[in-house]
Design a protein around this ligand. Structure first.
Ligand SMILES: *[C@@H]1O[C@H](CO)[C@@H](O)[C@H](O)[C@H]1NC(C)=O
Length: 418
């Protein structure tokens, strides 16, 4: 194969520059983390954030380095922080949800999308269920959640009739999680109490697998520290078959906001992050303050061997996707999310793509562009159409930072790679 001549050491220069930039970036992160705080979820940072990453590495002294640095920066940005090339899709706007929702939860049963809880604003949380009917494309059937049930960052899964609702954050701002756990019978819309989790968890991965309810990862009580624990309990028809949760093999990497799906008797845990906003120490309203988070693209799988296996990574790091997925034709489809923070502004960066993990080929694809970048979407699928609602969208096409909490519902024809 012919190689371009004249810059034989290009790769090496890039590597060295990368390392220098990385070091500068880490210093910037540290400075930023210890001196600036968000006042609330998704609100903007003070504009005085120092951007160290744009400065020259200490050993640089010429124009060439300057040019190369720009190149490195471009490459770095395009690898994780910028939008990926994706097919344009035709989106149809459907009836908006009765309320806007951030960090809510959703479960589809037949033609119904049950949409739970969530923040309306950072100071107001919902404590009810809204239902979307894919047959006539209307919202309705609102009913209340139990008073003690968490309002966001829930673990949730269904067997097709009963919905198991595990732990989650209780209250607005950055309050901590509860260990309380509930079951909803969707035939009667009646609630019952369930065995509390051994300790409260914030946004854990939750699934039903082989007759057991599994709960893994998430954050510990302070919202930030990743939990590695994994518990399960035998369940049948909305009831626990055992008195206590059992400890299972810990998850390789802890943290909240991951997609978790069971397909063909294998359990997948996809994406997520380590770290999250925390309550400001001493704040009577548990005011949210930003902490460093690391978003990852890791995919782990459990099969009958009960050992975690590493699967091909997502096309980019992606978090805030716990109810943003559907399984269609042996593929896991994931809508939006958040990726690593912007290296210069340090603001959260939202994801504007749809991903497909094809389990026939074990390959990831970017299969479409969303109408806007958005995190914590609530996703459904009905008769060839992929639907999403809720979440927090970007500031606009040129600014991927989070802004408005949404109620909109959209759909598009789902086109998968076979
Ligand atoms: C799923 O598979 C069925 C049967 O092969 C096919 O008709 C349908 O178009 C597929 N759906 C999608 C979204 O690819």
């Amino acid at each position: 194969m012919a190689r371009p001549t004249g810059k034989p050491n290009y790769g090496r220069v890039v590597l060295v520059s990368c390392l220098a930039l990385l070091a500068a970036g880490l210093v910037a992160d540290f400075l930023w983390a210890s001196s600036h705080r968000f006042s609330s979820v998704g609100m903007s940072l003070p504009s005085s954030v120092t951007t160290v990453i744009g400065q020259l590495p200490p050993n640089s002294n010429g124009k060439d380095t300057e040019k190369k640095k720009d190149k490195v920066r471009e490459r770095k940005l395009s690898a994780t922080f910028q939008d990926l090339a994706a097919p344009q899709l035709k989106w149809e706007k459907m009836a908006a949800a009765p309320v806007p929702r951030l960090d809510g939860a959703a479960i589809q049963i037949r033609n119904f999308l049950y949409v739970f809880a969530g923040y309306g604003t950072i100071d107001i949380v919902h404590s009810h269920v809204d239902i979307y009917n894919f047959v006539d494309n209307t919202w309705g059937g609102r009913f209340d959640m139990p008073k003690e049930m968490a309002h966001s960052h829930l673990g949730m899964v269904t067997d097709g009739r009963y919905i198991y609702i595990v732990t989650g954050q209780y209250g607005p701002q950055c309050r901590g999680p509860t260990a309380k756990t509930f079951v909803l019978d969707t035939d009667t819309n009646s609630w019952s109490d369930f065995v509390p989790l051994p300790v409260p968890r914030y946004a854990p991965a939750t699934q039903l697998w082989r007759g057991r309810l599994h709960v893994m990862g998430g954050s510990k009580e302070n919202r930030h520290t990743p939990g590695l624990e994994h518990w399960s309990i035998g369940v049948k028809d909305g009831k626990a078959m055992e008195k206590e949760w059992r400890s299972e093999i810990p998850i390789p990497r802890g943290g909240p906001h991951r997609a978790c799906a069971v397909v063909d008797d294998r359990l997948f845990v996809i994406g997520g992050q380590e770290g999250d906003f925390m309550a400001k120490p001493g704040s009577p309203i548990f005011k949210c303050s930003r902490r460093m988070e690391v978003v990852f693209s890791d995919v782990y799988m459990l099969d009958e061997e009960m050992k975690w296996k590493v699967m091909p990574s997502m096309p980019k790091p992606d978090s805030h996707i716990e109810f943003a997925w559907k399984v269609v034709n042996n593929s896991i489809v994931i809508v939006g999310g958040t990726t690593e923070k912007h290296p210069e502004t340090k603001k959260m960066v939202l994801v504007g793509e749809i991903f497909q993990f094809n389990l026939n080929t074990m390959k990831w694809y970017v299969i479409g562009k969303l109408p806007y970048r958005v995190k914590t979407t609530l996703v459904g699928y009905w008769e060839g159409q992929l639907y999403f609602t809720s979440g927090q969208r970007d500031k606009g096409p040129d600014d991927p930072a989070p802004r408005k909490v949404m109620a909109d519902m959209w759909r598009t024809k789902l086109i998968l790679n076979p």
